[in-house]
Ligand binder design. Sequence first.
Ligand SMILES: NC(=O)c1ccc[n+]([C@@H]2O[C@H](COP(=O)([O-])OP(=O)(O)OC[C@H]3O[C@@H](n4cnc5c(N)ncnc54)[C@H](OP(=O)(O)O)[C@@H]3O)[C@@H](O)[C@H]2O)c1
Length: 311
Amino acid sequence: MLELREVEAPQPRPDEVLIKVAAAGVNRPDLAQRQGHYQPPPGASSLIGLEVSGTIAEVGTEVSNWEVEDPCIALLAGGGYAEYAVAPASQVVPPPLGVELVAAAGVIEVAATVYSNLELADLADGDVFLVHGGAGGIGSFAIQYAKSLGATVITTAGSEEKLRYCLSIGADRAISYRGDWAAEVREAAGNGVNMILDNMGAKYLGDHVQLLAADGLLAIIGVQGGRSGTLDLWSLMQRRGIVTASLLRFRPVAEKAAICRGLVERIWPLIADDTIKMPPLTVFPLAEAAAAHARLESGDNIGKIILSVAR
Ligand SMILES: NC(=O)c1ccc[n+]([C@@H]2O[C@H](COP(=O)([O-])OP(=O)(O)OC[C@H]3O[C@@H](n4cnc5c(N)ncnc54)[C@H](OP(=O)(O)O)[C@@H]3O)[C@@H](O)[C@H]2O)c1
């Protein structure tokens, strides 16, 4: 259940800013938190919400790079579904050029997750990249960023409409995950997949290891398909495969700050020049957060869901 309540506005610590929220992005981890499966890190707000856009309302005593009224977007460890949110100043950045404030609310969580993981692979021209759910938040961003790095991009989706959408934003192959997707990926990839950005986890672990190219990277970022599986170490060794697993939300502020700087330098220009296009948006008022979650859970959504905070 999600309902609107009056609570005290948060106060910024010396290295934080207070943001008057214009809009908050809705992400799949929010559903897990609502269901009680994903507790916020120690010290973070207990309210749901990993990203917001808005304007600076107050700056902490040690903050010198932001001023009141500046438009901004922020990567949060929680607290985004609200009229006011606090964030370390180093996790607050200007919106990408040309993206209006409500749409900008849905950019930073996926951009930071995709960028920080793709950094690990150093993808180059001709490398093969696989991401599941290419019509979702992470998937649609990952397709476009991997393409911009020169990779051949294979993705999966659950409906014809979503498969068409994946191709329209640049995927080289879009495969239904309702069939033998692994066989189709194997055929499309030739010598294997150089990087898999894995939002599925256990359910696909065996197939993913088999699909890796020599020195390939399996970067696990989600467990929609379960937390525990069997890792075939021999197959991994034969490929000199690398497996990583990470949660952006639990990374220390200094690491998130470095990722945010990377976004502004490397990713925002790609959004500004339309190399990475903003996904279709579905906007709900904050008071209808429950309906927004139901929409994401339905599996019918393409692109990002945003909560607008009207005043
Ligand atoms: N580790 C991190 O730091 C981090 C940060 C953010 C998100 N995540 C994770 O990333 C994942 C995606 O998040 P999101 O916000 O992008 O959610 P989303 O927009 O709801 O996307 C989820 C995607 O999963 C796809 N999917 C569902 N069942 C599938 C299956 N059996 N095989 C292949 N794909 C399947 C869906 O495809 P269809 O729509 O076509 O059915 C959908 O596109 C979540 O697991 C989330 O927890 C991790």
